[in-house]
Design a protein around this ligand. Structure first.
Ligand code: C5P
Length: 246
């Protein structure tokens, strides 16, 4: 069987939604040698020492995804994104209106920062989007619409569930990165996430990176479950690679 060119180990991002920085550092240490890409989001944004922790992670050779979901006037976005780019983070989330995206593209300048648009949060379903006023669209239609707009405005990728990954890859001609949260192993107890898929299914559907929080961080043995997911992802990447070659 032909080996996949993609290393699944580089494609698993662990969400550090820990209670404070020492707890996040503890999770990173437990995952040492297994996981090398971490997401810092709103939970740790105001935690004392957050910025130093981000620098520490990057200094140790990890990649960081800053999930701050920026939304503001373009000029403010530009300055905020320039600051994130200066920190050396790899991914940053922004909201998907063209103005925001254009400000963000200007702010990241020549850096390697990848800008990702949030499409529809993976904990939302049809009733949730209807409550926001989107009564004429299915969740999938709204996700695909936003992805197309993001591409048009110069975004590098989108955050979307595994249920929509395939369609986004298709309509964007594979020009958008798809980063997928809402990953749940088979048999995982139901929680707040609604549009969930397994790690294998997400990769099969075309996702490029997976974001996994609680299934790894709340597990009794985080490195063990992370390794299992990476193995599952690697198999799915290999199968995808073969299919693409046919
Ligand atoms: O613990 P869990 O696996 O649900 O963590 C998923 C992470 O991805 C959380 O940090 C959440 O904020 C983030 N996220 C998400 N859905 C999005 C965007 C981000 O679940 N659309």
């Amino acid at each position: 069987m032909e080996a996949s060119a993609v290393s699944a180990k580089e494609r698993l991002i662990v969400a550090l939604d820990s209670k404070d920085i020492p707890a996040a550092r503890d999770t990173v240490e437990r995952l040492d040698g297994v996981v090398q890409f971490f997401k810092i989001g709103l939970v740790l944004q105001l935690a004392p020492g957050a910025e130093e922790f981000i620098r520490e992670l990057i200094g140790r050779g990890n990649r960081v995804f800053l999930d701050y979901k920026y939304y503001d006037i373009a000029e403010t976005i530009k300055k905020a994104v320039a600051r994130a780019a200066g920190l050396g983070v790899s991914f940053l989330t922004i909201h998907g209106s063209s103005n925001v995206i254009r400000g963000a593209v200007a702010g990241r300048g020549e850096s390697n920062l990848k800008l990702l648009t949030v499409t529809v949060l993976t904990n939302m379903d049809q009733a949730d989007i209807a409550e926001m006023g989107y009564t004429q669209h299915s969740v999938e239609q709204l996700v695909v619409f936003r992805a197309a707009k993001a591409l048009e405005a110069g975004c590098d990728g989108v955050i979307a569930s595994g249920l929509e990954a395939e369609k986004i890859k298709r309509i964007s001609g594979n020009r958008l990165l798809v980063v997928t949260p809402g990953i749940r192993p088979d048999g995982y107890p139901e929680d707040d996430q609604k549009r969930t898929v397994t790690a294998r299914r997400a990769i099969e559907a075309g996702a490029d990176y997976l974001v996994v929080g609680r299934p790894i961080t709340s597990h009794a043995n985080p490195p063990n479950i992370a390794e299992q997911m990476i193995a599952e992802m690697q198999e799915a990447f290999a199968a995808r690679h073969q299919t693409a070659a046919i």
